[in-house]
Design a protein around this ligand. Structure first.
Ligand code: BG6
Length: 490
């Protein structure tokens, strides 16, 4: 790896996200040589910590992962702490000084990454102080990294975007959607655009429907405070599910560059059919988990910090239609939920039956082709599966459904990189491909707003599914109405 020179300034440096995800991932970059001598990390937060104390917490967060003690200690020496009140201009001036000093000390090339690991309500304040207190370097690069939630509807996303774009240009902003850091998600363009046999059938002439499943077994855990303000539609569908849909359905970009990919994805999102209230009722289903059948697990409403009559959805299934020539008439079903029976992130692509079935007249009883299905499995074990009609020896023409399965060997899976590590490498190298841009946010929120608005008008009947199932009955009905069924987990 090529060594990068830069100063990281992490707002929220004492927090959970930083310790759970960021520091372990930064350490991997250190071990692999993306970061060596010429970098420093400034953690800022309200509490008063010494550099030493901060380094201790960093070492503890890293140790759990991989640990050559000596390397961890030398890594932690690059960390500095600055107590900081996001509203206090003086603090930004102090921060600027510290950054300049560390830049000289480490010869960091005047490059800075500002990482917002704080609640989104602070993004605007921090960005505007970065501007007014002149924290941006004129030489070198300035990059801003922000985490979701990126707004809670189109209006708030727009306000948020306006507040950061006064300071940062679009090509300096890295909006993290950690699903775009998953290896199999990054493989989607390879699978689609380097295999002519797939590219040739990637349209409504051959594809019957596409099913995107993001199922989780965990409940809301300790995140109810946030989750009560979000729900699955905002938490998983607006971002992760639609990003996968975008990579599956976008037109072929002219070349594999960040801007060409963003343009195609954002064009696709602009073509999502916007639903009326009535269409929302027909095409989207929501759910909330209750206890499991044996009542080992509590329902959502029983969780800490959840209201007894909470109407927050923990499950969404929906049918999305795309208004363009390629996808006219092809439903894209998306589904995500908590406390489902299995953890899985996958795309099942169901093909139409052969239009001209030459066996239909005389051999219909024994030649019974079933739909061909291509499954792109992102998690738990990434891989590709293809169900094809074939025969078994000795059985004549009687059709069987054969499965071709590719799964990377265990040895190569051991080398796989965690999403945060991959995304951080992109950030330090200045590659925006696996981040989302404003236009994508705009169109996905515009689509989601219609559903949210309708759901806010109508009282749901919750809870409506048991933990450890695949969600409410209505989710199966949604596909049945179209004479389809979920490929995974029915
Ligand atoms: C996060 C959501 O973005 O993704 C969580 O806020 C969810 O609610 C998580 O649990 C799932 O991520 P992963 O990588 O475990 O599938």
């Amino acid at each position: 790896a090529q060594e990068q020179r830069l100063i990281f300034i992490i707002f929220g440096g004492s927090g959970d996200l930083a310790h759970r995800k960021l520091y372990p991932a930064l350490f991997k970059l250190y071990v692999k040589g993306y970061l060596r001598q010429h970098f420093a990390v400034i953690g800022t937060a309200r509490r008063q910590w010494s550099h030493e104390y901060f380094r201790q917490t960093v070492m503890e967060s890293v140790v759990a992962d991989i640990g050559d003690q000596e390397q961890i200690a030398s890594f932690a020496q690059h960390f500095y702490y600055q107590s900081h009140d996001v509203n206090d201009a003086e603090h930004y001036i102090a921060l600027k000084k510290l950054s300049a000093q560390l830049n000289d000390q480490y010869s960091a090339g005047n490059n800075q990454v500002f990482y917002m690991a704080v609640a989104p309500k602070f993004f605007g304040t921090v960005a505007s102080h970065i501007n007014s207190e002149h924290l941006l370097n004129e030489q070198g690069f300035n990059r801003l990294v922000i985490e979701k939630p990126f707004g809670r509807d189109l209006a708030s996303a727009k306000a948020l975007n306006d507040s950061i774009s006064k300071t940062f240009a679009e090509d300096q902003i890295y909006r993290i959607d950690h699903y775009l850091g998953k290896e199999m998600v990054q493989a989607l363009p390879i699978i689609r655009f380097t295999n002519p046999l797939l590219a040739a059938v990637w349209n409504n002439q051959y594809i019957s429907n596409v099913q995107i499943t993001l199922s989780e077994t965990l409940g809301v855990g300790e995140r109810a405070g946030y989750y009560e303000t979000a729900g699955t539609l905002r938490d998983m569908i607006q971002n992760h599910a639609l990003q996968i849909l975008g990579l599956i359905a976008m037109d072929r970009p002219a070349e594999f560059t960040a801007s060409a990919i963003h343009d195609q994805k954002s064009k696709l999102f602009s073509q999502l059919q916007l639903y009326s209230a009535e269409q929302v009722d027909q095409n989207f289903v929501r759910g909330q988990y209750g206890p499991d059948a044996k009542e080992y697990q509590q329902g959502y409403r029983e969780a800490d910090n959840v209201a007894d009559d909470s109407n927050t959805e923990t499950f969404v299934a929906g049918k999305i239609l795309i208004d363009n020539d390629t996808w006219q008439g092809v439903p894209f079903y998306v589904r995500s939920g908590k406390r489902l029976r299995r953890k899985a992130t996958r795309v099942d692509i169901v093909f139409k039956p052969e239009a001209n079935n030459i066996f239909a007249t005389k051999l219909a009883k024994i030649v019974r082709p079933r739909p061909v299905v291509l499954s792109l499995v992102i998690e738990p074990k990434q891989g590709i599966q293809l169900l094809l009609n074939a025969t078994t020896p000795g059985n004549g023409l009687r059709t069987t459904l054969d499965e071709l399965r590719f799964q990377p060997p265990a040895a190569s899976l051991a080398d796989s990189q965690e999403a945060y590590e991959k995304l951080l490498i992109d950030i330090v190298e200045g590659n925006q491909t696996n981040f989302t841009n404003w236009s994508e946010q705009y169109y996905t929120w515009r689509f989601i707003d219609r559903i949210r608005k309708r759901w806010d008008e109508v009282q749901p009947d919750f809870p409506n599914y048991c933990s450890n199932t695949f969600g409410p009955e209505a989710s199966d009905q949604l596909l049945k109405k179209d004479s389809h069924e979920w490929i995974f987990g029915t």
